[in-house]
Design a protein around this ligand. Structure first.
Ligand SMILES: NC(=O)c1ccc[n+]([C@@H]2O[C@H](COP(=O)([O-])OP(=O)(O)OC[C@H]3O[C@@H](n4cnc5c(N)ncnc54)[C@H](OP(=O)(O)O)[C@@H]3O)[C@@H](O)[C@H]2O)c1
Length: 281
């Protein structure tokens, strides 16, 4: 059982979640089921992943078959850029709920600010309304910069509960994490392992793995917890899903955390991850 992070709206998030891109179809359903069976209680989906149907079905089946209370599972999904107008955002949130087949979306977020289109303020107003209507319990954003956050907070008076950003040892997002702490926003990490360029062979990671008798992936995911970021690792394989969840029996000391954070580099972003330059991925 994982611990929880308390959000600024009083609800909470498990300390680690399961990423579902690009899981789809029956194979995707099985992967989400094995993740839930392994103990994941935070599942990350998005309209753009085209998998809300299998994610929702896996959750419904899991709850029914295991007798787990609904409130123990946190489902989050994301509004796509093509639905940023206010009315379109309302319709999109309701459609997500119907596709998921759940009673509510636990966390609904704006997937990308898409600053060139410039409609994320309307999209945020839509999410605030969807929360009022009970379609979403908590609302947040993803890939927002400090400036984007300030803009929506100023317009609506509502601070997002979470901002899901690219965050891994090659891209540590120190400034964004400080801004989140200042504003009371929980940090979620996408590509928390670093995806294809994960630093499994870097000395800082290898030596901590040896010291704690764990795997490099476990070291990186534990590093997220020491930074107070909520990692969302994806794996299609049951054994890796279990491995990635098993990070609560050891702690990294300050020197280990700093050595891993020192891997960060200016060009450490994964390709296409800059929300100031790129539209939605
Ligand atoms: N908000 C956004 O804009 C955004 C953008 C990107 C991603 N995301 C979210 O973040 C989630 C995770 O990101 P991601 O999938 O890009 O990157 P990731 O979780 O850092 O890495 C996933 C890759 O690592 C492999 N892997 C997983 N566990 C491993 C382990 N223990 N040892 C070795 N390899 C391992 C997986 O392969 P196998 O599957 O073969 O195990 C997969 O190729 C996504 O699924 C999605 O939910 C959000």
């Amino acid at each position: 059982m994982t611990e929880h992070v308390i959000l600024n709206d009083g609800h909470s998030l498990p300390e680690i979640g399961f990423g579902t891109y690009p899981l789809r179809g029956e194979e995707g359903y099985r992967a989400v089921r094995t993740a839930l069976d392994a103990g994941y209680r935070l599942i990350d989906s998005a309209v753009n992943y085209e998998n809300e149907d299998i994610v929702g079905r896996a959750i419904v089946d899991f709850l029914k078959e295991s007798g787990t209370p609904r409130d123990e599972v946190v489902l989050q999904t994301k509004l796509p850029g093509r639905h940023h107008e206010f009315e379109a955002a309302l319709a999109s949130g309701k459609e997500s709920l119907a596709t998921l087949g759940l009673d509510r979306i636990d966390v609904l977020m704006i997937h990308w600010p898409n600053p060139i289109t410039g409609k994320f303020v309307d999209a945020w107003r839509g999410l605030v309304e969807l929360r009022e209507q009970g379609v979403a319990r908590s609302i947040g954003v993803s890939n927002f910069t400090a400036e984007h956050l300030a803009t929506i907070i100023e317009d609506s008076g509502v601070t997002p509960a979470v901002n899901q950003i690219e965050l891994h040892p090659y891209f540590t997002q120190e400034e964004m994490r400080a801004e989140h702490a200042r504003l009371g926003i929980a940090t979620e990490a996408w590509s928390p392992l670093g995806k294809r360029s994960a630093p499994y062979e870097q000395e800082a990671v290898v030596s901590a793995a040896k010291h704690h008798n764990v795997t490099p992936a476990q070291v990186i995911l534990r590093w997220h917890r020491e930074l107070r970021s909520v990692p969302l690792p994806k794996s299609a394989r049951a054994e890796r899903q279990a491995e990635n969840l098993d990070i609560f029996d050891f702690e990294l000391d300050d020197a280990e955390v700093q050595a891993i954070s020192a891997l960060t580099k200016k060009d450490g972003r994964l390709f296409g991850g800059d929300p100031n330059v790129h539209e939605e991925m």
